[in-house]
Write a protein of this length. Structure first.
Length: 296
């Protein structure tokens, strides 16, 4: 007689306990909560329904999926890449390692870009370094009638952004341009035509990057993070290059890192052509957004 070896099936409850212990032991902060999210993701059940599934036996395939997700998280892969999504301004964005994971402080950019165009009827907005597309797409969803352009130098990022735009029904509302900062605008004869240039550029300094947590340093695209020795290389280039494209009175709205406001101020003075900068603090009190208005 042939003895059949049955794989040992585990319950949802047992897997959650194991997942939680693995993440907490590995020092993942918020490990208990993340374990639940990852198990829910593998089981395709909604948040907070896990309790009612606790005694359910899990198939070997799903168990392997849970084990692999937990192993990847123990190796510090960001939760959002494992789940495949991140929320931004109340909208869900797909994310992959080709794009930076949207951060809550970036929502400030949206507020200030909208504040500027609200008074205008036909305006044009460019999102430079669109990444996942979170900024350009949120603007397209919230604003009607404005022309919106999204630029990125990474074709892989543009693909992710267009998937997101399709998900939110605005793919055709946005012009997608591949290239370095504002260079794709040259061919579009956009000189003096843009009302708002908005950007969350890479702004981590080389030395700060080396000390980042592994989730960011190892897994998020370095290209989207590092902005030269001081982290302000792209702010300087954007200040320089935007003047040609902004209408008089148009604004350049950029995100920046803690402590960079004085450097950006100096850069703007050296570059010239802008009114006194407006600096806006985020919820943590960090000077996070700079608004430079082109002189009339
Ligand atoms: N604009 C995108 C975001 O805000 C990407 C920014 C970046 O990759 N530096 O998330």
């Amino acid at each position: 007689m042939v003895a059949l070896v049955m794989p040992e099936l585990k319950t949802v409850g047992a897997l959650i306990v194991w997942a939680r212990q693995s993440l907490v032991r590995a020092g993942v902060s918020n490990g208990a909560q993340e374990a639940a999210w990852l198990v829910e993701h593998a089981l395709s059940v909604r948040s907070h329904q896990l309790v009612s599934h606790a005694d359910r036996l899990v198939s070997p395939a799903v168990q392997a999926c849970i084990e692999s997700l937990i192993a990847r998280r123990v190796a510090r892969e960001p939760l959002q890449y494992l789940l495949g999504t991140q929320e931004f301004c109340g909208l869900e964005f797909s994310v992959s390692p080709a794009v930076l994971i949207p951060r809550p402080e970036t929502e400030l950019l949206i507020h200030h870009a909208i504040e500027h165009v609200q008074r205008l009827s036909n305006s044009a907005i460019v999102d430079v370094g669109t990444g996942s597309g979170c900024v350009a797409i949120t603007l397209a969803v919230r604003l009607k009638g404005q022309r919106i352009l999204a630029v990125d130098r990474s074709p892989e990022a543009l693909e992710v952004a267009q998937v997101n735009a399709m998900k939110h029904g605005v793919r055709d509302r946005i012009e997608w341009l591949e290239g370095d900062l504002l260079s794709p605008l040259q061919a579009r004869r956009a000189a003096g035509m843009i009302d708002v240039i908005v950007s969350n550029p890479p702004y981590i300094s080389e030395s700060d990057w080396a000390g980042l947590e592994p989730e960011v340093r190892v897994f998020e695209p370095r290209m989207a993070l590092v902005g030269g020795e001081q982290g302000t290389e792209f702010h300087e280039r954007l200040l320089r290059e935007s003047r040609e494209f902004l209408v008089p009175g148009g604004v350049l709205v950029m995100e920046m890192g803690a402590g960079q406001a004085p450097i950006v101020r100096q850069l703007a003075e050296r570059v010239g052509g802008y009114r006194a900068l407006r600096i806006i603090e985020d919820a943590a009190g960090i000077e996070r957004v700079v608004i430079a208005q082109r002189m009339e």
